[in-house]
Design a protein around this ligand. Structure first.
Ligand code: OXD
Ligand code: MN
Length: 596
């Protein structure tokens, strides 16, 4: 078998070594051409791996179903394998690298038997740009190849840009038996290596995304003086044509994709405001020569959650996914060979196959019982960024976009107000470090379980969390003109457990205050937790909300906050002895202000 499929000796030697272990029938280089992609799609259709959807209604769209035991990221089986345990930190799972390689080698051994090895050269960010980092993923799955072709920039030009360098991320993936008990997603940041075995679900196997662009990249960012963050990037254009960009970090399932593609409410649309999506999940950030922080979205597509996406919540995402898309684990509407998911519309399909591949009976569907869903709650669309109607024209700009504000957020029923501004970069880092989200019992009025998710990066930091916070603090010193840092919470509930704030496009009203603060054109109220808007400074025109409702949304309940501080202290202790002391100082200051 010819293992010399590239002209780079390091790449070829590594492919040969991996092929020796996984024993493929053949080795195929993915060149990024449409002809090759089309041939692979045909093959996947023939094997049943993909189902072709209605060409008129959903041109070039396909449906795929994963194994029923393989539908989401698996944090308990995700490992950071640094030589020293303390470098992975207390929040990550750790395995000693040699032990991990040995253990996984057994699972990989012979796992490609009868199948070719696909070699995917890909770039995160625009090929050749200052931000760009290259990876090669080896996989036995056509589904992975076709998803990577959408999610990253794939092709021979990546190999040309890599040249004869050994500076690339080596990703090895095998579906193997999709065995849950032997599923491992392992990262070796000191070796530029990712090994993923026994899964075929996107977040575990599209190695450019969470594995590389967040876990490995966060490690590289610390070493090289930049940042890899779990953030959307959004541009707001004012009637004069000036565009300000913000990034926002929310935990998974808190509406990042919706905010990234938001449509302005009428009051702003009429005035001529527009919004532009640069990214919906990941931002890489570097200090520019001008002393500002610049961001790119290193991805090339969206791997969005389908359920809940509809004409109201996110029309832009819906339109993006109407062509050239791979749907995973959604329902298959046999009447017109299209797709359906809970929350798409109220027309429950009567002739439909559910995500498990079984006939679905809509009369048995119970909204409160996820097991009766036609589409899996974590079903996805993999869609091209360039099909997004509101894609920013800076999407492919190698320089990225300058960031005016960084927004953190979570899902809190009572504690966090609608919005507040941090007092400084250091205080902003503190605000990010104490981020938390509650499990969604909120709808029933009960307060959910709080999960601390600093900077929305809990599952994605490729090293010790305390070191990560120190890196944020250090970056602040490198940025002459840093973005201002804010915190938002769209999810406050009333005494009946109903959301008070309308959310979705109306979140722009809050962003407008954030931008006004950054421009220095609006005052604020100094509260124990930070600066809050004066209620009259958030435009409520056209909303069914009063100034009193807004006062409620902005209220800081000192007792609840002091209680929360105890949880923060607990969490800091869990993170361990690398928590920067200035964050403890910030916590003490906060407690003092709350007690005054
Ligand atoms: C996530 C995702 O889980 O983006 O955060 O898929
Ligand atoms: Mn995400």
């Amino acid at each position: 078998m010819n293992t010399n499929v590239t002209s780079n000796k390091y790449v070829n030697a590594w492919i040969a070594e991996m092929a020796e272990m996984v024993k493929p029938s053949d080795i195929i280089l993915i060149d990024g051409s449409e002809e090759q992609a089309e041939a692979l799609r045909k093959q996947a259709l023939a094997s049943g791996e993909l189902i072709k959807l209605n060409e008129e209604k959903l041109p070039n769209c396909y449906l795929h179903r994963t194994a029923v035991n393989d539908v989401a990221r698996v944090e308990n089986r995700t490992f950071i394998c640094t030589r020293k345990k303390e470098d992975a930190g207390n929040i990550n799972n750790w395995m000693e690298p040699k032990e991990c390689y040995a253990k996984l080698s057994k699972l990989f051994a012979g796992s490609y038997k009868g199948k070719p090895m696909y070699v995917i050269p890909y770039s995160m960010s625009v090929v050749g740009s200052d931000f760009a980092k290259y990876g090669i993923e080896l996989t036995d799955s056509i589904y992975v190849v076709l998803n990577m072709l959408i999610m990253t920039r794939v092709g021979k030009n990546v190999l040309e840009a890599l040249g004869d360098s050994d500076n690339f991320i080596k990703g090895l993936h095998a579906c193997a038996n999709v065995d849950e008990e032997n599923r491992y997603i392992c990262h070796f940041p000191e070796d530029n290596t990712i090994w993923s075995v026994n899964s075929a679900y996107g977040g575990n196997v599209l190695l450019g995304k969470k594995c590389f662009a967040l876990r490995i990249a966060s490690y590289l960012g610390r070493k090289e003086g930049w940042m890899a963050e779990h953030m959307l990037i959004l541009g707001i254009e004012n009637p004069e044509g000036e565009i300000k960009y913000i990034t926002a970090a929310f935990p998974s399932a808190c509406g990042k994709t919706n905010l990234a593609m938001l449509i302005p409410p009428e009051i702003y649309k009429k005035k001529g405001y527009k919004t532009w999506c640069v990214g919906d999940d990941i931002a890489w950030l570097r200090v520019g020569k001008d002393g500002r922080l610049w961001a790119v979205n290193p991805e090339n597509g969206f791997f969005g959650v389908a359920p809940g996406t509809n004409e109201h919540s996110n029309p832009n995402a819906l339109h993006t996914a109407m062509r050239d898309t791979i749907f995973t684990n959604v329902a298959h509407n046999l009447d017109d060979n299209t797709v359906w998911w809970e929350g798409l519309n109220d027309n429950l399909p009567t002739n439909c196959i559910d995500w498990k591949g079984n006939k679905w009976d809509p009369s048995k569907y119970d909204k409160k019982d996820k097991t009766t869903c036609a589409a899996h709650p974590n079903s996805r669309f993999t869609a091209k960024a360039t099909n997004c109607p509101c894609l920013s024209d800076k999407f492919n700009d190698p320089a990225g976009v300058p960031i005016t504000a960084i927004v953190f957020g979570g899902r809190r029923a009572k504690t966090a107000p609608l919005v507040y501004q941090s007092r400084s970069w250091q205080h902003g880092v503190f605000v990010g470090s104490i981020m938390a989200s509650e499990t969604t019992a909120a709808a029933a009025g009960a307060v959910g379980v709080v999960r601390r998710d600093p900077m929305a990066m809990r599952p994605f930091v490729g090293y010790d969390m305390g070191d990560y916070w120190q890196h944020w603090l250090d970056m602040g010193k490198m940025i002459a003109n840093p973005p201002k840092i804010f915190h938002v919470n769209w999810f406050r509930t009333d005494e009946n457990g109903h959301f008070i704030w309308p959310g979705f496009g109306d979140n722009m009203r809050v962003i407008m205050w954030i931008l006004a603060r950054c421009a220095g054109t609006v005052d604020a109220v100094d509260t124990p937790i930070g600066y809050e808007p004066r209620p009259e400074d958030i435009d409520l025109t056209g909303l069914d909300l009063t100034i009193d409702d807004l006062k409620g949304l902005l209220n800081v309940d000192r007792k609840l906050w002091l209680e929360d501080c105890k949880g923060i202290r607990e969490f800091y202790k869990q993170v361990g002895d690398r928590v920067p002391s200035v964050l403890y100082d910030e916590l003490a200051d906060l407690e003092k202000r709350l007690s005054e």
